[in-house]
Design a protein around this ligand. Structure first.
Ligand code: FAD
Length: 418
């Protein structure tokens, strides 16, 4: 695309979560005219603000592993485990589950690991580029992330550790004593763990998202607080976004609505099997001094991050779609788990439910629509959408600008579901 044409091109981006905001900012930096559309104020309640705040460049081993199928049934039937089901949603999610099971084999697991690693490896440098233009002091810490467990020989840990070694991920195995030295306030229930020293965390994802959004506005970006209802195309293939208030025609458009993207992609004749893994958080205010970095207690499948709001206790994978209410049982489970590790915790605040956007092969969709050359997608980043915000933004902006990249981007195309 020639320079002049590029500067005149307009792009509509739907969704102001971390994906949409990073994409919009990267596009503005390249000279596009960008309009960001969200039905809510940016950062109001989305997954991008309630997450655990981990920047996890190491986390390439997907959930679609062959050994997981053995554990799933018992986890699902346990009321205190990390997995849960809303029974009224089972039949709706059945096609997703069947596709997920098909992906639980070594070949597909390694395919996902390889292509998650490709983008995870670039995730922090991509954020550093965006962070060089905003003040993140006090908001991002680089103390690594610790996983720990209660049995020395937890088999599944070996698999993860071996794959990460193969991929060249930096990791440091920890003894019980080393965990205690690093995080002395946690009850010593663990036997061993691993430190990912290159991981970072934010003390407030919402503040970071809003700072990036403000920068987007300062650079000339436009924001419309409207609900995108449908997408159609002009005779020369330009996308037309119909919102509850208006019709907008752009040269290009991007769908970045997280777990809600399917409503729009279904309308453009794609069959993308996007669903959601619901997750929860609660805060214990004023206790963030108890941890120096995020920790994850693997046996119970939950984590705790020290944040400005206090200790943010995060976890649960609940299959239940986008409309079921918050499950008090799951909240209580998180609260009890946190108190098990920190008996001094008392009252919790801010019970929150969020929606991880997840595809059954645990790879995101990043790239052009199968049917319309001026429509692009960036969603389905499951447990890693916060980490992958800046790099997805960079990739999509590069694609729209017609730039070449030395990455293999075909594994992320929606075409894989055709
Ligand atoms: C409990 C939990 C913990 C997590 N922890 C981490 C972590 O530590 N590290 C990590 O990397 N990832 C984590 N994740 C995952 C990460 O938060 C998500 O993958 C990521 O936030 C998804 O970002 P997004 O921009 O795609 O979607 P979202 O953040 O969901 O944003 C989508 C936006 O689209 C808007 N929208 C939807 N439909 C429409 C419409 N029709 N019109 C207009 N606007 C619309 C919504 O209002 C919303 O603002 C976690 C997720 C959860 C739930």
């Amino acid at each position: 695309m020639s320079g002049d044409a590029k500067f005149k091109s307009s792009v509509g981006v739907i969704g102001a979560g971390i994906q949409g905001v990073c994409i919009s900012l990267c596009l503005i930096k390249k000279g596009f005219k960008v309009t960001l559309i969200d039905r809510d104020d940016p950062g109001k309640d989305s997954a991008s603000t309630g997450n655990a705040g981990h920047f996890s460049p190491y986390a390439s081993v997907p959930i679609n592993r062959s050994d997981i199928l053995v554990d799933v049934p018992s986890m699902l039937f346990s009321s205190t485990g990390p997995l849960a089901l809303k029974w009224n949603y089972v039949y709706k999610m059945l096609p997703w589950f069947l596709k997920f099971v098909k992906n639980c084999n070594k070949k597909n697991m390694m395919h996902t690991a390889k292509y998650m690693h490709q983008i995870l490896n670039l995730a922090l440098p991509a954020y550093d580029e965006l962070f060089s233009d905003i003040d993140i002091s006090g908001l991002v810490e680089s103390n690594g992330i610790i996983y720990f467990w209660t049995k020395n020989d937890l088999k599944s840990r070996e698999l993860e550790i071996n794959i990460r070694n193969e991929l060249g991920v930096k990791q440091q195995l920890l003894t019980r004593h080393e965990i205690h030295d690093l995080e002395p306030h946690i009850r010593k229930i663990y036997h061993a763990g691993v430190l990912y020293p290159n991981a970072r965390h934010t003390r407030n994802p919402k503040k970071i998202l809003l700072k990036l959004f403000d920068l987007f506005l300062k650079r000339g970006g436009h924001f419309k607080r409207q609900n995108a209802q449908s997408i159609s195309f002009t005779s020369d293939n330009k996308p037309v976004i119909k919102t509850d208030l208006n019709l907008y025609t752009f040269d290009k458009a991007v769908i970045a609505c997280g777990a809600f993207s399917k409503k729009l992609t279904d309308q453009v004749n794609e069959k993308i099997p996007l669903d959601t893994e619901r997750g929860y958080h609660v805060h214990f205010r004023g206790h963030d001094h108890l941890l120096s970095r995020p920790v994850i207690f693997l046996n119970k499948g939950f984590g705790i991050t020290p944040m400005e709001q206090g200790l943010r206790v995060v976890g649960t994978v609940e299959f239940g779609g986008l409309n079921n209410p918050i499950s008090k049982k799951r909240v209580l489970n998180l609260v009890n788990n946190a108190k098990y590790l920190f008996p001094e915790l008392t009252d919790h605040h801010d019970e929150w439910l969020g929606f991880r956007p997840t595809l059954p092969d645990f790879l995101p969709v990043i790239g052009p629509s199968k049917n319309y050359k001026n429509l692009f997608y960036s969603f389905g980043h499951h447990h890693l959408g916060w980490t992958l915000g800046a790099i997805s933004g960079k990739i999509i902006a590069g694609m729209i600008a017609g730039e070449n990249t030395n990455l293999n981007l075909s594994p992320y195309k929606s075409l894989r579901f055709s």
